[in-house]
Design a protein around this ligand. Structure first.
Ligand SMILES: [Zn+2]
Length: 274
């Protein structure tokens, strides 16, 4: 069954009051699956007859802007999903939803729930409260703690047009990484672990992230499009970053130690005497 048909089946189950309270979804694209669950939420909540890209109603607009209080997306904070994040979710859903009949949460990378978070999550899954629906996403269902897995309805969303989704995913990581290394004050080396190495260990993936970064810096340099994090950079500073990325991409081919290369990259990036 195609993914859109599966989503429509879930919509029907919802309308017949038969939607399970928690689904554990295995998928080859977390970002694409997240998108589809957002679409599911639009389809069941839309004030109009939902059509693709509804911009007519408030609800769909709120969902598009990630602003609907009854829809919460949780993702790993650094290495894993922490207990506090689950407690916060519980708290926010202890009130009745204001604009919708249901509260929906999406938990990305369910395999990254640490043990205490998983225990808190378990209680929440067992007594979710009325009209709360959860969608836990993972790339590999076997990496999810068995007690969680056994309490969820299992579902698989596999995307054929991988290529396109992957590009989206790498672009998102690139923007996240750039925003952190350009704007935040903590030691930049930290983000090599948090954003990149803990999630991507294959050289090939890291190359794709840096290729996306190159595009973003280059667009800013040629004044086509600038993401917020690059607003304050001068042309000279942008040029320096472009050179460093090009150097990184040529070194990574012949150098086995990716970690070292990444660290050198951020150190040279912050070195003002260069
Ligand atoms: Zn709508």
């Amino acid at each position: 069954m195609a993914v859109t048909e599966k989503i429509d089946t879930l919509v029907n189950l919802y309308h017949n009051d038969k939607l399970s309270h928690v689904y554990l979804i295995e998928t080859n694209s977390i970002s694409q699956a997240t998108n589809d669950i957002l679409n599911l939420s639009k389809k069941i909540n839309c004030e109009n007859e939902y059509e693709i890209n509804c911009h007519k109603c408030n609800l769909c607009n709120l969902i598009n802007q990630n602003f609907l209080p009854s829809l919460i997306i949780i993702e790993p904070d650094g290495n894993n999903i922490k207990k506090e994040q689950v407690i916060d979710l519980k708290k926010r859903f202890s009130y009745k939803a204001l604009y919708t009949k249901n509260n929906i949460y999406i938990l990305k990378e369910a395999d990254k729930l640490n043990l205490t978070a998983a225990n808190t999550m378990l209680k929440f899954i067992e007594e979710p409260g009325e009209n709360i629906y959860g969608f836990l996403l993972t790339r590999n269902i076997n990496n999810v703690i068995p007690t969680i897995k056994s309490r969820c309805e299992l579902l698989s969303l596999q995307y054929e047009d991988n290529q396109i989704n992957d590009i989206d995913e790498y672009k998102k990581v690139a923007i996240d990484y750039i925003s952190k290394i350009e704007l935040e004050n903590s030691p930049k080396i930290m983000y090599n672990r948090n954003v990149i190495l803990n999630n991507y260990c294959e050289k090939e993936n890291i190359i794709r992230i840096f290729q996306e970064m190159l595009k973003i810096y280059f667009e800013a340099y040629s004044q086509n499009k600038k993401i917020l994090a690059l607003n304050k950079l001068t042309k000279v500073e942008l040029q320096k970053r472009i050179n460093l990325i090009i150097k990184f991409l040529s070194d990574i081919d012949s150098n086995a130690n990716v970690e070292l290369l990444l660290d050198r990259f951020v150190i040279e990036l912050s070195d003002d005497y260069d």
